[in-house]
Design a binder for this molecule. Structure first.
Ligand code: ZN
Length: 241
């Protein structure tokens, strides 16, 4: 019995210490992601950083009482909205040719779907509900990078963005142009959890010609760095909350 208590206190103390170290790992990764956006990062360093943060997540996963189970479907990333709100025709707003994660803020292409809200006067309040629109996590996962800072004179395209890693499926999702975000690097989110509110932050999203939208991307890991894929079918099948 004593041994058992000793074992459990070891596990508890161990996981507490690990959680602290993990905060540091996520913070480090978050600042790495910011340096990618500012340019000048080598591929080897990117691989190392992704490797580091994914190892941490695997460790945390092992310590979790409830393992993350792969979900059959996503929830749609905007509360109250469905795939009809996706820009373009049949998802043709997505094109990833020429995109490289390592190009940071100066990347080409549009490896994403823009999902538009009802906001004619561009105040980030839904014209139908008179409330902000919640951005929600499509699946369970870990927030690996985000920023809640953006000024209108900034040339950063993503504005206030969030990166989530989904360990059950080994994919990443990216949510940009938020008005404000409610998560931190190292935070765990469950499917359908509110992570942000739709906004107009980001170099182009801030301009008057841009209707208010969420810029949503999905990535797989290839050679240690995230590579975009088209999540249109997943978005079409996603459940609206
Ligand atoms: Zn976009």
């Amino acid at each position: 019995m004593q041994k058992l208590i000793l074992f459990f206190s070891f596990v508890l103390i161990g996981s507490g210490a690990l959680a602290q170290r993990d905060t540091a790992a996520f913070t480090k990764f978050n600042s790495f992601n910011n340096s990618v956006l500012n340019g000048g990062i080598k591929k080897a360093e990117a691989q190392k950083q992704f490797d580091m943060v994914l190892k941490r997540i695997n460790l945390l996963e092992m310590l979790r009482a409830e393992r993350i189970q792969p979900k059959l479907q996503w929830v749609f990333p905007l509360k109250g909205y469905k795939s009809g709100a996706i820009g373009g025709t049949h998802g043709n707003g997505y094109f990833d040719k020429g995109y490289r994660y390592l190009d940071g803020n100066k990347h080409g292409a549009h490896p994403a779907h823009d999902i538009f809200i009802n906001d004619r006067n561009q105040d980030c309040i839904d014209d139908h509900t008179q409330k902000p629109v919640d951005v929600i996590a499509v699946d369970d996962g870990w927030v690996i990078a985000c920023t809640n800072q953006w000024e209108p004179n900034s040339n950063m395209r993503g504005g206030k963005f969030i990166w989530i890693y989904h360990p059950a499926t080994h994919i990443f999702t990216y949510y940009a142009h938020n008005n404000q975000i409610f998560v931190k690097p190292g935070g765990y989110v469950t499917q359908g959890q509110k992570i942000a509110e739709v906004g107009r932050t980001g170099y182009n999203a801030y301009k008057k010609r841009s209707p208010t939208h969420l810029h949503f991307s999905a990535f797989k890991l290839a050679d240690g760095i995230p590579v975009p894929y088209n999540p249109y079918e997943q978005l079409k099948k996603a459940k609206t909350l």
